[in-house]
Design a protein around this ligand. Structure first.
Ligand code: NAD
Ligand code: LMR
Length: 340
């Protein structure tokens, strides 16, 4: 009826007013490694995000082209490209959120830890600059091995006297994205409705999906749950092998990175009940860093949520996570204290 239509159109114009660009805060997002396999599609997706007002694209090469290209898209944010160490300060100044996909990816036969020697140094230098130029920004660490690069970042920020554990996040969203996709396939439920927490870390057996908590619930056999867990843990390797030497996940990672960044921006903007899994400083287990559900707010992490009930299979998985994650954390901390 006409009445219903007019009241719903009134509601829509109210919604439009609430979400008009004047009421959305200015937010600068910097992407470090923006010209890479992840960086380019992630730059595109962040350009499509209406919460971003300024998009700063930094890399050691090729950012002028990426910035010119992305900058022609008629969405809210202003885009600027920065190239080389001498432009890093400008790229970072005033950033609310810094996303870091800088560093080398795996080739078949490598573990994420095999990237440590190169990527630890890259992450270290970028974090030193962040501590100086935007010490209050939220950090989304994508560079591998995440289990070690996050502790490295924490040590750098501590050394610079700017560490705020609420603002440092290892991005594990791709594990959640994969767990949802694989679960929906086996459980035969609409993927858009699926939720699966993934805890632990971001490498092999340290990735622990909690399918016992997956929704919508499904009665899957132990064999299927074991296979789903293994596929989630090996998801990165599945892509590395399929790409056969041409790198690791970039497109699905850009999607996952954009989702997590959007959640961080929503939290900063005061949207309530924004919960995502992330690898953060934690007291949920005896490990100093651990991925679990995190409530995001105006200062970053508002609350690290409990793991909830685990099945016996998941309890065993959790015990297997601990020694490997502990040694990856210690490796990161040791790197920073070895004067490297
Ligand atoms: P890539 O080689 O395609 O791109 C990396 C980019 O980083 C390049 O453009 C390179 O120029 C840039 N770079 C190198 N040193 C830099 C520095 N000092 N400052 C700024 N930029 C620098 O690699 P990719 O496929 O985009 O992967 C990047 C990283 O992300 C890898 O370490 C990979 O393992 C990791 N990764 C993580 C996840 C995750 O779930 N957290 C998923 C996929 C990939
Ligand atoms: C992933 O999970 O896809 C990334 O960590 C990249 C990799 O090396 O597997």
């Amino acid at each position: 009826s006409i009445l219903v239509r007019s009241s719903s159109s009134a509601k829509q114009s109210l919604l439009r007013r609430n979400f008009s660009s004047e009421s959305v805060p200015q937010r600068k997002v910097a992407i470090l490694g923006a010209a890479g396999g992840i960086g380019q599609p992630l730059s595109l997706l962040m350009k499509l995000n209406p919460l971003v007002s300024s998009l700063s694209l930094f890399d050691i090469a090729n950012t002028p082209g990426v910035a010119a290209d992305v900058g022609h898209i008629n969405t809210r944010s202003e885009v600027a490209g920065y190239m080389g160490d001498e432009e890093l300060a400008k790229a970072l100044k005033g950033a609310d959120l810094v996303i870091i996909p800088a560093g080398v990816p795996r080739k078949p036969g490598m573990t994420r830890d095999d990237l440590f020697n190169i990527n630890a140094g890259i992450v270290k230098n970028l974090c030193i600059a962040i501590a100086e130029h935007c010490p209050h920004a939220l950090i989304n660490m994508i560079s591998n091995p995440v289990n070690s690069t996050v502790p490295i970042a924490a040590e750098i920020f501590k050394k610079a006297g700017v560490y705020d554990e609420k603002k440092l996040f290892g991005v594990t969203t791709l594990d959640v994205v994969r767990a949802k996709t694989f679960y929906a396939g086996k459980a035969n439920v609409p993927v858009a409705e699926v939720n699966v927490p993934v805890i632990g870390g971001h490498a092999g057996i340290t990735i622990l999906p909690l399918f016992s908590q997956a929704t919508p619930q499904a009665n899957l056999s132990d064999d299927v749950l074991t296979a789903l867990t293994k596929r989630t843990q090996d998801g990165g390797t599945e892509v590395v092998e399929a790409k056969a030497g041409k790198g690791s996940a970039t497109l699905s990672m850009a999607y996952a990175g954009a989702l997590f960044a959007d959640a961080c921006l929503k939290g900063l903007n005061g949207v309530p009940d924004v919960v995502e899994c992330s690898y953060v400083q934690s007291t949920i287990t005896e490990l100093p860093f651990f991925a679990s559900k995190v409530r995001l707010g105006k200062n970053g992490t508002e609350e690290v949520l409990d793991l909830g009930p685990l099945s016996d299979f998941e309890k065993q998985g959790l015990e297997a996570v601990k020694p490997e994650l502990k040694s990856s954390i210690e490796k990161g901390v040791k790197f920073m204290h070895s004067g490297a």
